[in-house]
Design a protein around this ligand. Sequence first.
Ligand SMILES: Cc1cc2nc3c(=O)[nH]c(=O)nc-3n(C[C@H](O)[C@H](O)[C@H](O)COP(=O)(O)OP(=O)(O)OC[C@H]3O[C@@H](n4cnc5c(N)ncnc54)[C@H](O)[C@@H]3O)c2cc1C
Length: 421
Amino acid sequence: MASASSRLQRWSIPLLTLAVPLGFVVWAFPVGPAPIRAAGIVAGWLGCGLLLVSLLLMLREPRLAGWLGGLERMYRWHHVTGVSAYVLLLLHPLALAASNFGASPVIAWQTLSPSSESWPIWSGWLGLLLLMAGLAATFLPGIRYDIWRALHALLGAGVLIGLVHLILLGIDEPVLPILAAAAAILGWRLVRGDLGLAARPYIVATVRSLTERSVEVALRPLAEPATVTPGQFVLVAFGDGPAYRGCGEFHPFTVSSSGSDGELHLAVKALGDCTRRMLSITPGVAARVIGGFGGLLGEAEAAPQLWIAGGIGVTPFVAMLHDHPSRQPVRLLYFYRSEGDAIYLSELRAMAASDPHLTLQPVATGDELPDLGGLLPEAGALMDVECCLCGPPGLIAAAQQALEARGVTARHIHSENFEFR
Ligand SMILES: Cc1cc2nc3c(=O)[nH]c(=O)nc-3n(C[C@H](O)[C@H](O)[C@H](O)COP(=O)(O)OP(=O)(O)OC[C@H]3O[C@@H](n4cnc5c(N)ncnc54)[C@H](O)[C@@H]3O)c2cc1C
């Protein structure tokens, strides 16, 4: 049975997504205009409300993420609400123009035409164009992360300019409160999330090589440590060292174990520019930590478990086993390219040898995709089993599909992608 807090977590974002836009519609419902014009105005208010929810869902505050069911879930809804808002905001001027079409096509066109010399229309178009550019970037496959982030930031500018457009049209209510809330959320995210006001100071205490392409970094707190439960991840920005140039921005890393003194251990695999540099990180480098977030294993711990890990995605499971031996039968299916590439493999073998509940199934896949059909337990053995998946998005999608084909329902499948945008 789901607890009250997990039910609240499940429903919090959908309720917010309904309540905020509908609240604005009720507040500013247009009385009097023709139905198409009224529909256009309602679309605009619904779009504004969804945009506000979308902005709220990109805040990186551990407590907020706890209430809303985790940062990854917030980001998924951030995208859905953002795209829906954009569609509604695009319908808004179209419906307003359509409502004038009966009077004259020329008036309808003037409602839309950016060549009309009026700041309200220019600002409306500029807002929409910025939103369009930001959204297009969101869906560009394979674009570099830093470029993606810069383009994605256009969405924030688009929101603010779109709201200024309404003020220029002389509409103060409820635009001023929406503008104030949007500016406050964007400022909050910039100052606390991106510039790091919410971060706690740490220092790199030790560095241990795990494989040729990965290291384990121990971070010692210099003040009150972050609150992290086993399996959670933190956002970390590293400073510079004598022979190391930190990347400055915050990156997500799972805490593979934590000490009673608040020390955090992170296993980092060189997957890109920033993480490659971290292979040469040295003790003494300053770090800023925000978190913890997530909790893949959460309440699932009350039942038998199937854990599926791909590569560096083994870290939340290692964290759980470091914290305490399994309380339920657990099968860990651990995929990696080769033994030389598999972090924590010998530790996991030792844990499985001493923990009667833990079964380790290590699989070297080379460069091939694993044959999940042949490796997963049969349908009967998956009844009432909680399945937790962590690793690259491709593996997670394939494992989810294979589990569903064996009759496991979505409610029993929990996953954490090691990539979010
Ligand atoms: C919840 C979660 C937990 C993770 N835990 C670990 C871990 O324990 N150990 C580990 O080695 N890796 C972990 N990762 C992956 C790690 O965050 C990325 O490999 C790292 O950020 C890549 O940065 P880069 O500059 O080296 O690579 P790039 O080539 O710049 O990026 C590779 C991909 O990583 C993601 N990424 C890059 N920068 C950021 C950023 N600032 N914030 C968010 N995502 C970014 C993007 O999706 C990008 O496409 C985790 C990721 C997530 C989402």
